[in-house]
Write a protein that binds this ligand. Structure first.
Ligand SMILES: NC(=O)c1ccc[n+]([C@@H]2O[C@H](COP(=O)([O-])OP(=O)(O)OC[C@H]3O[C@@H](n4cnc5c(N)ncnc54)[C@H](O)[C@@H]3O)[C@@H](O)[C@H]2O)c1
Length: 260
């Protein structure tokens, strides 16, 4: 299988996109390490019931903790081949009145957390002259945005810059660095956005999102996991520094009126 013998770290793997990535990586034979700060982590590990997966409860804002976790993974597994920087948050608020703590939470987790995690892992990848790093960006920021998303969009655009800068620096070390740019994938984050909205029925918000996507539905965490597995595999060795869109054509329409 395409990830046999590989050791992967997935941040935010307790639920949502991260869990989809974990499941697909396990399906393809990888050993997977989940790093997540949620209490849900323990339950997820029990539900997966797979000796090839282990978890650490840690916050990616805590760099020293991440260094300790990575040292422990190296002691147990000997190497880290794949890093998926997936953990992230999204809280919608109008820019004009947004409190600094909301802005800082986005910057600290989505940008600095990804930075911390990567810096903890990269020295081992350089030593091995091998690595695949996959960062969760979004179509939100680099391509599109809705109201209330200024903080989130800023961080997701930053992740694309981070991906390109890092890819260039690590090309000589046989390390591929790419970003995934999802449109809407059905996860607890999206559920939260629907519940936080002013609509009386959150399901109507999800239905509204689906109606705006040419494929007529949100993506699944397994579809996202398959793309991550491809980028993490040795079938994708000549791809680096790229952002790959997976969005059911949500960013494709040029107009709402022209057509046959
Ligand atoms: N769901 C979507 O439609 C969508 C679209 C584009 C991009 N993304 C990106 O995909 C990634 C995952 O999103 P999701 O929808 O699965 O979110 P989610 O909220 O459903 O899950 C996020 C996971 O990350 C963990 N996490 C958050 N902050 C953390 C921290 N500081 N330290 C450790 N763990 C932390 C959470 O506990 C949770 O398990 C995010 O980076 C998000 O920006 C999601």
């Amino acid at each position: 299988m395409k990830l046999d013998g590989k050791v992967a770290i997935v941040t935010g793997g307790a639920m949502g996109n991260g869990l989809g990535i974990v499941k697909v990586f396990l399906k393809y034979g990888a050993d997977v390490v989940i790093i997540d700060y949620s209490d849900k982590l323990q339950q997820t590990l029990q539900e997966l019931q797979n000796p090839k997966v282990m978890g650490y409860k840690a916050d990616i804002r805590d760099k020293n903790m991440l260094i300790a976790v990575v040292n422990d993974v190296i002691a147990k597994k000997g190497k880290i081949d794949i890093l998926v920087n997936n953990a992230g948050i999204a809280k919608l608020q109008p820019f004009a009145t947004m409190q600094d703590d909301i802005r800082d939470a986005h910057f600290d987790i989505n940008i600095k957390g990804t930075w911390n995690m990567t810096q903890a892992v990269v020295p081992y990848m350089i030593k091995n002259n091998y690595g695949k790093i996959i960062n969760l960006s979004s179509v939100t920021g680099p391509m599109v945005a809705d109201t209330g998303e200024v903080a989130y969009a800023t961080t997701k655009a930053a992740i694309l810059g981070f991906t390109k800068g890092l890819a260039m620096e690590l090309v000589k070390n046989n390390i591929n660095v790419n970003a995934i740019m999802p449109g809407y994938i059905m996860t607890p984050m999206v559920d939260g956005i629907a519940k936080d909205s002013n609509a009386s029925n959150p399901q109507s918000v999800i239905n509204g999102i689906a109606a705006g996507i040419p494929m007529g539905r949100l993506g699944t965490i397994e579809e996202l996991g398959e793309l991550a597995a491809f980028l993490a595999s040795d079938e994708a060795t000549y791809i680096t520094g790229q952002g790959i869109v997976i969005d059911g054509a949500s960013t494709l329409p040029e107009t709402k009126s022209v057509g046959v």
